[in-house]
Design a protein around this ligand. Sequence first.
Ligand code: OXD
Ligand code: MN
Length: 613
Amino acid sequence: MIKQLNAAPDHAKLVAWVNEWAELCEPEAIYWCDGTNTEYYGLCDEMVKSGLAVRLNSKLRPDCVLFKSDPSDVARVEARTYIASEKKEDAGPTNNWIDPVELKKEMRALYKGCMHGRTMYVIPYSMGPVGSNIAKIGVEITDSAYVVINMHVMTRVGNAVLDVLGKDGEFVPCIHSVGKPLENGASDNGIWPCAPMDKKYIAQFPETREIWSFGSGYGGNAILGKKCLALRIATVQARDEGWMAEHMLILKLTNPEGKVKYVTGAFPSACGKTNLAMLIPTLPGWKVETIGDDIAWMKFGKDGRLYAINPENGFFGVAPGTSMHSNKNAMLSCAKETIFTNCALRENGDIWWEGIEVPLEPGEKLIDWKGNVWEQGQVDADGNKVKAAHPNARFSARAKNCPAIASNWEDPNGVPIDAFLFGGRRPSTLPLVYQSMSWEHGVFIGSTVGSEVTAAALDVKAGTVRRDPFAMLPFCGYNMGDYFQHWLDIGKVEGAKLPKIFCVNWFRKTADGRWLWPGFGENSRVLKWIFERCDGEGKAVETPIGFMPTTDAIDRSGIENEVTDADIAELLTFDKEGWKNELAMIKEHYKKFDRLPKALADQLAQLEERLAK
Ligand code: OXD
Ligand code: MN
């Protein structure tokens, strides 16, 4: 007999679905999450007591907990992530595919009895402000209390969502298990539960709008509202319903006269999206406020403009490299009420990570992310520095605790978008900023987004550009060629007043490896030009790749010594030879797509013509 820890809601389809999964997974108990603080802190207490989490020093970091995951369960597992559409070609060339009938059979066998000895938590949640007409409701079943508390931070959980669902409202069903049954009264003994890699599956079923996840307790694999629902499933819904679900930050930019523009930006992972969303402008009188740091859902308003909401409720940020210098607002966001994962623990009960720029006491030892004692300067047998925090260590922080959060960030109607930015890490060729010549040209730019990878990061030649169209490579729930077509179709909507499209590159270097642009708060100078261009102002020259600012159009007041006339000239040159090489790389990239829209092939041909002149 499965214990019912509290009453089920009055929604027959939802209750039947939960019971069906309970029958298969055989948990000890079922608990319906209500989203309250009592629930959140109760689960934190339980996990601290059982050794899965450590409570941080409540004076230094109030209401915070630290988890260490299994060393094999530290990131999204793209190789085990599937778009199980009925036809393989609908998943397209960029996704892993398995026939949905076959995959469900295989996964059902894994789910059989997988929750023995555990509680099955049912989490009703809203992506987006509860009741917003852009928001969507999901229900996640999970056997991980860590996932429950993360869903509290990252989404809106609980009874208010059930009220919107009513007796028969639609929801996206999401099932998750860590895949580690506890037999005969066994417990986790403080060890993060998960399944071996070959048993992990992160499966999206686009036709039936379902998410099935098994074997991982970590981040985007397990917090199913984020990448699985808000991107992979939402892209399919957006395609069918005429809206956009994008891997984009949203920021509010105010000029010294108090005029506001809203900007979204798509950048591949590890290109500073969270930093840009929380930027502190160095230009006097300018203000950046955060609406979201990872995902934007956009729908047309009656006025023909695209209105964006941030479907999330928190930030699941990468900790290493985050400091009061690189991102003060992120540091302040995680000053309290935060879940840390795979960070190091200090003797004083606070967290620490590489690049936090907080000095350790002389001789201070830490507990590293694996639970071992870590000494300053420690090296491994090969002489490499041992990291105290995992490079993908994370903080799950509440958006409301971000000092830069915009007062209207939860506006259910969304905010009207003026500009889209695309960018990546490109040490050469791509200028600091340029503007597309048209919507179609902007879509072309988005489809060619890439970031340079180092030989150390991946098993590839240094200088190789990893193409990540629209920063959506691991997140698009259908054929990428069709997704490009959806972007083109958005541009043809009658009466549409579309955002302007820009490409930015904060990462230019000189031939001898010096950064040409200081980045961080100084990026406000580029945002200023973008703001002006949205108003039909801002000096620009037309080049074969698009509109580029004239060298005096970027405000360098106060940094003329840091970014010299020669530097800005280099940042804003059109590098014809570099672009010929880029063109060849884009041609190669485009060969991958079986359903490349003709309009993009035309854009490529037109670029080639312009470069040949
Ligand atoms: C993320 C990612 O974690 O894009 O947001 O990988
Ligand atoms: Mn992301």
